[in-house]
Design a protein around this ligand. Sequence first.
Ligand SMILES: [Fe+2]
Length: 461
Amino acid sequence: MGLAPVHRYVLLVCAAAAASVLIVPWQDLAGLSLSDIIGLALLMAFTLLAERLAVGMSVVSRGSTQTLTFIPILTCVLLFGPAAPVLLMVITGSLAEFYIRRKETLKAVFNVAQYVLSTSLAGWTFALSGGVPVLHADTFPLQLGPFLLFLLVAMGINQGTVFIAITLSQAARVTEVWTKFVGPAGTNALYDLLISPIAIIVTFVYWQASWPSLILSLLPLLFIRRAYLNAYRLEHANRDLLKALVKAIETRDPYTSGHSQRVAGLASRIAQQLGLSRQNVEWIETAALLHDVGKIDARYTDILRKPDSLSPEERAKMQSHVTKGVELLRSLSSVPEEVILSVLHHHERVDGRGYPARLSGDQISIGGKIIMVCDSVDAMLSDRPYRQALSIEQVREQLREHAERQFDSRVVHAVLESRVLEEHVETVRASVTGKDESRPQRPSAPPEHTRQQRRLAALSF
Ligand SMILES: [Fe+2]
């Protein structure tokens, strides 16, 4: 058969899901009372509402895959035993994938299959380790071990199957996909673990007051979720606005089209290479995107368009773009101080001969040091009206030569030790295609920023 590996894999997962359904103790469902059936239906309704909420606020497609689905799944197994979560995932998973998220058929089928497989096998281990529905249990604490096992098995199979699907669907090395996958998957796993006690509380309340308690305990969660998604959406709207702002600035500077986007990508890679925390990497990436935001001021328009070298007066005027940018960013309440500090330091040199404050060594923030190197690297690897782009070897030479003077040697070391220069040349080439040699290049659309692409979805494919 000429099926692609990913198609064969989807078939395999579907077959495994179909087989796993055979070990589900479906007869347990026949013993449910009317109020339990209402309870199960309410848990399904809650799952669908939570999905609808996320999609309605257009955040699911942007990588926010952390949903509340784990709460009803966990509550189901505790209350009604191993068959209920499988039924919940067959119904809500299908409706969510096909009608709410509107995924393409292959992905939707795969996701439903992996939901069924993970809940079936997790339910099997729950029963095997002595787990019984809490409603029939003598003591609740005895159910906690099987409950934890259920959680870990469901999470493991879910993330493992999605990881293989992503590896097979992308022409990338396993290690490469793993590096991109492990962060979001780890965050999702931690999130699921942290919210799991909510399922225990919901189960307890149900034990006392049957299905009406579900409305009282789950409804507030939907409101909290809504508030969280609002904040998430606002954060991204701000980011989109800032990107649009940077793009607007670069249309006035025909020689540096896409520069800030490329510097942001490069700075993020180097910050990761240096082992900085995720939060720091994000701040530095944002600062790199905004490092020249001060150039939006009309006073720089003529200088930016000037093809010749600048006079000392013009150079001094141009240098004020740093303080102008900081002034602008300080007027925006959503920009963290860490970002502003990196922007303020992006022209400071470690030997104290930079500007605006002539800081040196450790007085300069790590973000400022990284952006200083990335800004220069991107400029050296790009064609300018007065010179051709430098070769990678020439850039390496420049970095070595200016380490401990213009550049921080730790940052230079990170660049020289990795393949970021080779990768960056490809990015520069991709963003300057269609160049007209006879006049300054018209700004081409910067490459789609890779942040969203890097944030691979866990929990679903
Ligand atoms: Fe600058």
